[in-house]
Design a protein around this ligand. Structure first.
Ligand SMILES: [Zn+2]
Length: 253
């Protein structure tokens, strides 16, 4: 089960493009398209963390994903920068020990502000104790997140220019409470007039979704969650593709 988190929502519009297109609407459209494609893939099922124009506090999003029994958490966003020429997609994973670049730190601060815009309680999840506990429990998740994030970045590279050639790390609140591989995908720059046009184009939304799904497929093929169709395929080894339908039972987790 893939939890797909459409960034922002409700009173938090996220970034706003040159012609007024709102990040929260774009992320929901891409998330829904990704969910559709995931659900059309044997062995995979999608769970939309939000499927309406509503505000959900950042720490609550991972909780909802966990409650749904998700094996992976993907938060969908659209980037913004002062420089209108900035373009391309990026993939971010959690780091509790500093960001991989100034830009990553700045972006995490910006995304984390969603809770303030949403009138949110910035939550006790920010306490030092919580961070220490997370530090202990999440190192395995972080490695898995990096692996999965790298596969998704490779998928995105195939459809166009990436903003950065590698995944980046920073302290994103939406990824902080996750106990599964989790990443944040900046699909393109809403602040770039050409990319704003592209981001609202269903054909582009579909290509982005396909690229993310390719990465997910590659990751789960290399590291199949137990009891899933991916695990059954891996077990059948060279037999590849000859698995009778239903072998994995309810293997759509
Ligand atoms: Zn965002």
């Amino acid at each position: 089960m893939i939890a797909i988190d459409a960034g922002h929502g409700g009173q938090d519009p996220g970034a706003v493009g040159p012609t007024g297109k709102r990040e929260k609407d774009i992320t929901l459209a891409i998330a829904r398209e990704l969910a559709r494609q995931v659900n059309a893939t044997p062995g995979l099922r999608a769970h939309l963390v939000r499927d309406a124009d509503v505000f959900i506090p950042l720490h609550r999003r991972a909780q909802l994903a966990r409650a749904a029994g998700a094996d992976m958490f993907i938060s969908i966003h659209a980037d913004a920068a002062e420089n209108r020429n900035a373009k391309g997609s990026s993939v971010y994973v959690l780091s509790l020990k500093g960001a991989s670049s100034q830009r990553a730190r700045w972006l995490a601060d910006k995304e984390n502000a969603a809770d303030l815009i949403g009138g949110g309680k910035a939550a006790a999840t920010d306490s030092m104790l919580t961070n220490v506990l997370l530090d202990l429990t999440q190192s395995g998740q972080m490695k898995a997140s990096e692996d999965a994030g790298n596969h998704i970045l490779q998928g995105l590279k195939r459809i166009g220019n990436n903003h950065k050639p590698h995944i980046e790390r920073a302290n994103f609140a939406v990824l902080r409470t996750s106990d599964m591989p989790a990443m944040l995908v900046e699909t393109a720059f809403l602040s770039n007039p050409e990319e704003e046009k592209r981001l609202v184009d269903p054909a582009f939304q579909s290509r982005v979704a396909r690229a993310v799904l390719d990465g997910v497929n590659t990751y789960f093929t290399s590291q199949p969650p137990p009891g899933t169709l991916f695990a059954a395929r891996a077990a059948s080894g060279a037999a590849g593709g000859s698995i009778a339908a239903g072998v994995a039972g309810g293997g759509s987790r």
